[in-house]
Design a protein around this ligand. Structure first.
Ligand SMILES: O=P(O)(O)OC[C@H]1O[C@](O)(CO)[C@@H](O)[C@@H]1O
Ligand SMILES: [Fe+2]
Length: 214
């Protein structure tokens, strides 16, 4: 006999960015984000005040990790900058790179910074009442460009996985989002960025065995 999963409703608290009935939660502290930002000296200078503070936290509902299911949850990110660069999440490509994702902005003013394997850059707003579609194969990272918490719902295929190395291997993402000095943001080129070679890009497109659950 087939045993069905129980349906669940998860309430989102906009004040805290927490979701009820999560199956998991984690926090990323400032100290965990060393190496993400362009201005390493500014990062070190902030440690005294920020080291143990939470920059972003995630509550998620992950029923299982087999193909066909979904993982969803909420990310809350504090406002702030390292030098002139706005706070970001680590960023990743999905380990099964052909898996997409959506984000739905709930509070605050954010951006999704995206980069294709070949190095094309896109920026999509993530604000209340805005859905951001992250297509398959795009590296993605959220940016809080506002002055209050950014709260976003996310949802992606349960067998996506995350690969964080792809960004580190290229010297960071190709673009950084910095303060424009006029209350807004602008995109600047990361001088340390290195293009991916053809073999690395081809490997992302290799067919993977499809998981079948019995
Ligand atoms: O996993 P990262 O890149 O640190 O960013 C956190 C966000 O991305 C997710 O991994 C979802 O793709 C969530 O945990 C959260 O929205
Ligand atoms: Fe993702």
């Amino acid at each position: 006999m087939t045993t069905y999963f129980e349906p669940v409703g998860c309430a989102i608290d906009l004040a805290t960015g927490a979701m009820s009935n999560p199956t998991g939660q984690y926090k990323k502290h400032f100290r965990d984000l060393d190496g993400l930002y362009g201005d390493a000296a500014a990062f070190e200078a902030m440690r005294a005040e920020w080291n143990d503070r939470v920059v972003y936290d995630v509550s998620e509902f992950r029923p299982r990790e087999t193909a066909g299911d979904l993982i969803f949850g909420v990310t809350r990110m504090s406002p702030g900058k390292v030098g002139d660069e706005f706070f970001v999440t680590r960023g990743h490509i999905h380990r099964n790179a052909d898996r997409p994702e959506i984000y739905y902005g709930q509070k605050g003013r954010g951006l999704m910074l995206l980069e294709s394997p070949a190095g094309e850059v896109r920026v999509v707003p993530v604000e209340p009442m805005t859905v951001c579609y992250v297509p398959p194969f795009w590296i993605h990272r959220s940016v809080n460009v506002g002055s209050e918490d950014l709260v976003m719902l996310f949802c992606y295929p349960a067998d996506s996985g995350q690969d964080y190395e792809i960004i580190a291997c290229s010297g960071g993402m190709r673009a950084r989002i910095v303060d424009d000095g006029a209350g807004g943001w602008k995109e600047v080129e990361n001088p340390d960025w290195r293009p991916r070679d053809a073999a690395t890009i081809a490997a992302l497109h290799q067919a993977k065995p499809v998981e079948v659950s019995i």
